[in-house]
Write a protein that binds this ligand. Structure first.
Ligand code: ACO
Length: 310
């Protein structure tokens, strides 16, 4: 029995900040941002909407989609580097808000790879028959740790959340293989003191290498090859990094999820947000072989090969 995704939902803040808006507050240009990152606009949460609220909105939709009640959830995992406060965790706040009475709850901190770490943690509990339903959420309010005077980072980051309910799925479907990894020696390239600090070039080099390798590794682990892949869902950090992973898998453009131009980089939320988008466009269908891959601060990375469907 494999663990898989049985319900999914997302929340995107209503407020849109375009590159032109950023031109007014810092020394940058729409042209620079578009060509270097692929971002045209991003979503920024209103002041009164914190990470837990965004996580809640996405979770409610995922539960509806899975057609199960909050009381049936055994475990809540929230991947975030922007919790409302250090503790209580976002996952505990959510447990109370949802009325998920029997659920254990914890946050996972693995930056932009957090959603991959969350899904793989959930898989262990489900496939060992310890738990049946696990709610996994990526939720970030990066705007509150962004220095709006630092053009190197401010143009990249955004807010949002995506949630999945994971549980047992029918034979042949669900997670087929995964890879998780970390390299603390690269921690100096991407970290938060008061705000996010980044050495963009070093992160870029790492991401290009790791995204491609992780995609190939999960396929090998599942006994599959590039030609088996129907769709790629990369972390939406930078279109050039995403393109390098797509080219490594020799996939045509239309077989890669792309939301970076509209939503920017919302860290652990980007993969589930992109999946919802591509389910709506009809590009992800039952029984498709999907590869998801992410990288982030830590440094951390993670990839999953999943046969879509319940
Ligand atoms: N507008 C205009 N100019 C800018 C801007 C901006 N917003 N930001 C930087 N520049 C300037 C730089 O100062 C530099 O000028 P200099 O040469 O005079 O010093 C010049 O543009 C070129 O900078 P590069 O670093 O060469 O630009 P690069 O092509 O590497 O693109 C970028 C920069 C987009 C940051 C890229 O390196 C990148 O995407 N790196 C990965 C970042 C990433 O994905 N981070 C998220 C990780 S996920 C997580 O865990 C949160």
């Amino acid at each position: 029995m494999n663990a898989g995704i049985i319900g999914i939902g997302r929340y995107l803040p209503k407020k849109i900040v375009t590159n032109k808006d950023l031109e007014k507050i810092m020394d940058t240009s729409d042209e620079w941002i578009k060509t270097r990152t692929g971002i045209e606009e991003r979503r920024i949460a209103e002041d009164h909407i914190d990470t837990s609220q965004m996580a809640f909105e996405a979770a409610v939709k995922a539960l509806e989609d899975a057609n199960i009640s909050a009381e049936e959830i055994d475990l809540i995992l929230v991947a975030t580097v922007t919790p409302d406060q250090p503790f209580p965790t976002v996952s505990c706040m959510l447990q109370e808000k949802l009325g998920a009475k029997k659920a254990a709850a914890m946050d996972i901190s693995a930056a932009c790879s957090g959603f991959m770490y969350g899904m793989i943690t959930a898989k262990q509990f489900i496939e060992s028959n310890s738990y049946k339903y696990v709610l996994v959420i990526g939720a970030e309010k990066l705007s509150k740790i962004t220095n709006w005077e630092d053009r190197n980072t401010a143009v990249l980051f955004s807010d949002g959340s995506g949630a999945v309910v994971m549980g047992p799925v029918s034979e042949g479907r669900g997670i087929l293989s995964f890879e998780l990894g970390s390299d603390g020696s690269g921690g100096k390239y991407l970290y938060q003191d008061e705000y996010v600090k980044m050495n963009g070039r070093e992160v870029f080099k790492f991401a290009v290498r790791q995204m491609g390798e992780s995609c190939i590794n999960v396929l090998e682990k599942a006994g599959l090859t590039k030609t088996d892949v129907d769709f790629l869902v990369p972390h939406q950090a930078n279109i050039r990094i995403m393109e390098s992973a797509r080219q490594r898998l020799e996939l045509p453009e239309e077989k890669m999820a792309k939301t970076i131009h509209k939503y920017g980089n919302n860290s652990s939320a980007s993969i589930p947000i992109a999946i919802v988008e591509e389910l709506e466009t009809g590009k992800i269908k039952d029984d498709d072989l999907i590869v998801m891959v992410g990288f982030g601060g830590g440094l951390t990375w993670g990839a999953i090969a999943i046969r879509w469907g319940r």
